[in-house]
Ligand binder design. Structure first.
Ligand SMILES: [Zn+2]
Length: 239
């Protein structure tokens, strides 16, 4: 199989890097590196690239594109919910067990309104989850953020600023609870170690012993969970 890829050159980059995203291959290369060197590198990593590309494509193919219509599967903390959309005089959103009921107004642009209503539901629920989390987070760890909030990132799960503020994407709460917890702890550890040094990972391991499984989960499922066209994942491990 011939690999099709895009080369992105950067003046700041020193080494070659492979990026497999949304079922596509991208090579990040230093500005002046000869094309032949890049090709040799890609050939060398062919098996690895192929494995990851195929896995991502399988994941994308296994899910239907999100249309925000009745009958679609959504998830809250990994638990599946069936979406039920109806028209009413005003907007509303309510979860009853395994169903999420959303109403849209007759005047709305059909697709946009349930989507925005549901996203704001996720954001409110995620904020409440974080409030509960921090209410029980032990003070003796010495890791206390100045604020926390929910955002809309598409290529990362969360971040920590120099001002000790934590922010997470609402899409994180599509993942199972143990994965969510790991991401929050990861960002909390940045309050002490503003880097990904050995000391940082030691701290993460201490506070979240299963962090490696969570990191693997995020790497595997990020391709569809963070993707606005899917916002879901397949349960079965396709490896
Ligand atoms: Zn980090």
């Amino acid at each position: 199989m011939t690999l099709i890829y895009q080369i992105n050159r950067s003046k700041r980059r020193r080494n070659l890097a492979i990026k497999v995203a949304k079922g596509k291959l991208e090579i990040q290369a230093p500005w002046h590196m000869p094309e032949a060197t890049i090709r040799a590198f890609v050939n060398d990593k062919h098996a690895w690239i192929d494995k990851h590309l195929q896995r991502q494509r399988r994941q994308l193919d296994a899910l239907a594109p999100r249309l925000w219509e009745s009958g679609e599967r959504l998830r809250w903390l990994g638990e599946p919910m069936t979406l039920k959309v109806a028209t009413a005089t005003r907007k509303s959103v309510e979860r009853y067990g395994a169903e999420l009921f959303v109403t849209k107004t007759a005047r709305s642009q059909a697709v946009k309104e349930p989507r925005l209503t549901i996203i704001s539901w996720y954001k409110r629920q995620a904020e409440a989850w974080l409030d509960d989390f921090f209410a029980t987070w032990p003070e003796h760890h010495g890791l206390t953020p100045s604020t926390w909030s929910i955002g809309d990132f598409t290529s990362k799960w969360g971040h920590c600023t120099r001002k000790q503020a934590l922010k997470f994407t609402w899409k994180l709460w599509i993942a199972p609870p143990w994965v969510v917890r790991n991401v929050v702890i990861h960002e909390l550890c940045h309050l002490k170690e503003f880097n990904h040094s050995k000391a940082f990972w030691r701290l993460v391991e201490q506070l979240s012993p299963d962090y490696q499984a969570a990191e693997a989960w995020l790497r595997q499922h990020g391709v569809t969970v963070l993707n606005a066209d899917y916002l879901d994942y397949c349960d079965e491990n396709s490896d």
